[in-house]
Design a protein around this ligand. Structure first.
Ligand code: NAI
Length: 330
């Protein structure tokens, strides 16, 4: 049986892999995959990694030296993989889609919570404080949702917005055909939207897509939700806009410096990330810990596709979900 080194695993990751795996010996490591931990993969021809693993050139080289032939990402995003370095040394596969609904529904859940201040109401009523002061929100019906990135998750989110009776405008360099989506410029999204939801990947073009300039175009009530990647938002500029009451609020499932914090219990540590600390303290900021994917359906699908990717590799079959390095960009 081939042995696979699974990095950055939590108890909830193991449930579906243990249930579905029949062909491999899985060795679970809690440690992230990074240059220092890569040698744990000794004796394995495959490793399985996740969103915040550091699969930079040094990690890839160490894995290659150990004889690792394939990296199976159990996620969609792969901005943390040095594809150029991996080229010719090992294959990289991923799970391109597992449950777009999981992420889209979480994004709408965050919007509802932030807009209707449910996070505050929940705490108040637990203390028998039944006051409504300060809890005014706005109807989503009739408002404008601006969606950046209309792939699988973006389109699922658009369907939800339409169900709420919202007008949807979107931006994507590759518009979805026959979707009836009203595509507009980025600027128009920033200027017109009451809620803005980010569903594009992190690339050189999308890094800090929400920056000081973008924020300056928004309405003072606009709510931003980011369930994609932290670096889509310049957090410092976001904090400034919030402090100056130039936007209505932010719901963040991802954060640009999340790598050493998210997915972990840091409650007994002094967290020295000042921007995150200030964001957490704002009443109109809602943060979840890269949780949007976390449904039973998504976890099952992730395990099924990852195991299939690995079986295909070891059987010498074509790799349906291989990621290849292409012309200077992943
Ligand atoms: P997808 O590949 O189906 O869609 C991405 C869309 O973004 C495509 O239509 C693409 O054309 C568009 N896009 C690319 N560059 C753009 C740009 N410069 N401006 C606007 N749009 C652009 O991907 P999917 O499955 O919808 O996932 C979207 C993102 O969600 C992923 O890249 C990942 O970062 C994030 N994600 C977050 C999860 C979480 O738990 N928070 C879980 C899964 C994915």
């Amino acid at each position: 049986m081939e042995k696979i080194a699974f990095f950055d695993t939590k108890p909830y990751d193991r449930i579906y892999f243990d249930k579905l795996n029949k062909n491999f010996e899985i060795e679970y490591f809690e440690s992230r995959l990074r240059p220092e931990s890569a040698r744990l993969a000794e004796g394995c021809r495959a490793v399985c990694a996740f969103v915040n693993d550091d699969i930079s050139a040094k990690t890839v080289q160490t894995l290659a030296n150990l004889g690792v032939e394939v990296i199976a990402m159990r996620c969609a995003g792969y901005n943390n993989v040095a594809l150029k370095e991996a080229q010719g040394k090992m294959k990289v596969v991923r799970v391109p889609a597992y449950s777009p609904y999981a992420v889209a529904e979480h994004a709408m859940g965050m919007i509802l919570m932030l807009n209707r201040k449910l996070h505050k109401a929940y705490i108040r009523t637990r203390d028998f404080n039944f006051s409504l002061n300060g809890l005014i929100g706005f109807d989503l019906h009739g408002k404008t949702a601006g969606v950046i990135g209309t792939g699988k998750i973006g389109r699922a989110f658009i369907d939800i917005c339409r169900g709420f009776g919202m007008e949807v405008i979107a931006n994507d360099p590759f518009p979805a055909e026959n979707s009836g989506i009203n595509y507009v410029s980025r600027e128009e999204i920033f200027q017109r939207s009451d809620i803005i939801s980010l569903h594009c990947p992190l690339t050189e073009d999308t890094k800090y897509i929400i920056n000081a300039q973008a924020l300056s175009l928004m309405k003072p009530e606009t709510l931003i939700v980011n369930t994609s990647r932290g670096k889509l938002i310049d957090s410092e500029a976001l904090l400034t806009a919030l402090n100056e009451k130039r936007i209505g609020g932010a719901a963040l499932d991802v954060y640009e410096e999340e790598t050493d914090l998210f997915f972990e219990d840091n409650s007994d540590r002094i967290v020295t990330d000042e921007i995150l600390s200030l964001l957490v303290s704002r009443p109109n900021v809602l943060i979840t810990s890269h949780q949007a994917f976390l449904t039973r359906e998504a976890l099952q699908s992730i395990a099924e596709i990852t195991l299939q990717n690995l079986q295909d590799y070891f059987a010498g079959r074509e790799l349906k979900y291989e990621i290849k390095y292409k012309s200077g960009r992943g």
